[in-house]
Design a protein around this ligand. Sequence first.
Ligand SMILES: Cc1cc2nc3c(=O)[nH]c(=O)nc-3n(C[C@H](O)[C@H](O)[C@H](O)COP(=O)(O)OP(=O)(O)OC[C@H]3O[C@@H](n4cnc5c(N)ncnc54)[C@H](O)[C@@H]3O)c2cc1C
Length: 409
Amino acid sequence: MNSTDSTSYDVMVVGSGPAGSTTAKFLAREGFKVKILEAKSHVGLPVRCGEAIGKETINDILKIGVPKFAMRSEITGFRVYSPSLKVIDYKLPSGEGYVLDRRVFDKELLVGAIVEGADIELNTQVTNIKINKKTGVTIKANQRGKEITETAPVVVGADGIYSQVARDAGLAEPIEPIDLDTSIGYEMVGVDITEPTMLDLYMGNEVAPRGYVWIFPKGEHCANVGIGVGVGFAKKGVKEYLDDFIFNNPEGKRRFKKAKIIEERIGAIPVGGSLEKLATDRVLLVGDAARQVNPLTGGGIAYGMEAGKMISDTLVEAFEKSDLSESFLRKKYEKLWDNAYGKSFSMGSKARKILDILTDEQMENIIETFDGEDLTKAVRGRWNQIKLGAKLMKKDPTLLKLLREVLGN
Ligand SMILES: Cc1cc2nc3c(=O)[nH]c(=O)nc-3n(C[C@H](O)[C@H](O)[C@H](O)COP(=O)(O)OP(=O)(O)OC[C@H]3O[C@@H](n4cnc5c(N)ncnc54)[C@H](O)[C@@H]3O)c2cc1C
């Protein structure tokens, strides 16, 4: 690709989370001069994550660059528990998933970007961007208490859920409370880990309204234990739900009898699906800034990383054509995104809407009707989905009414 002059940058990436570092890595590999601006003095901390990532959520996890030594444990499937602890065991068709150490993971992704040639400035909080369609983007930032100004032909906003870049570029849509999960997690030692390669998810309106409690094994002794709860569905604080499960629920009491909390994490997850508009003139968004988070699972790490590669592909063509207009950037980037994840995000949104109103009894009936193999078949084909739907309706006809209400006829 033809870069601009030797002293300036082609692209400024705001934020060095997984999405920002991966975007910078792919851009630098293509020959772009890239600089990352990061508000904090470090990356990967504080951890705000359950740290699980699966091949099913991403087209090519290893190609996109998951550093091997950031993987704390390998995962082969997950187990969903109903409120009365009935279980579905689901084996990942690829058998490939990981619980990561985000402290190591995020830093390694940044190392990867720098090795490819990207530059970084820490302690640099972007406070404002101004777009001039013809000349470029001016970025104001607070760097260790001083205001600095940077300019670049293109800015990528990888600055997380409360993205400044998205707001200044006019791309941020207000998040409705129904599209937000609040989440808290602990890293715990001494958890009873029944099966180290399985993720455990506990469902139920008393356990985690419109969400789940997770136990993600992390090495021999540790597990990430957390909860995501739909804002507006909770009758008490999210920490109260998690502590209730750990200390008062019979299952929690059994599994956490000897466990100690060694780290606490808190954060919000946008689960309303990706923004409709992912770019404007000279600005593109990626990761949580673009709300590229699976509406059903709340997982966002892998999607932001893969979208980073899409941004790199988009900008290669945009620079070749000297076209950094909204219409070109949106057409190319949104097409790549929609082709890869449009369908699965739309299905995830529908499934989440069902969870919004599912009663515990209906949840029990679903989990009683299916086994893991059924789920595998359902993922693989429409015909299987129809057959399984029929099986489910026979068990609980109220589900048909619910599905009609949510999905239409
Ligand atoms: C409790 C919890 C559990 C989760 N569990 C999982 C899970 O198990 N699996 C999964 O896939 N996803 C999970 N997620 C979601 C996942 O953590 C995010 O989707 C992912 O971190 C998004 O990556 P990102 O690079 O887009 O943003 P972030 O990781 O948020 O990184 C944004 C970066 O931008 C920087 N920044 C912000 N503003 C500015 C600014 N103005 N100027 C400069 N820099 C700035 C920040 O300091 C940060 O380094 C979870 C989220 C939460 C809250």
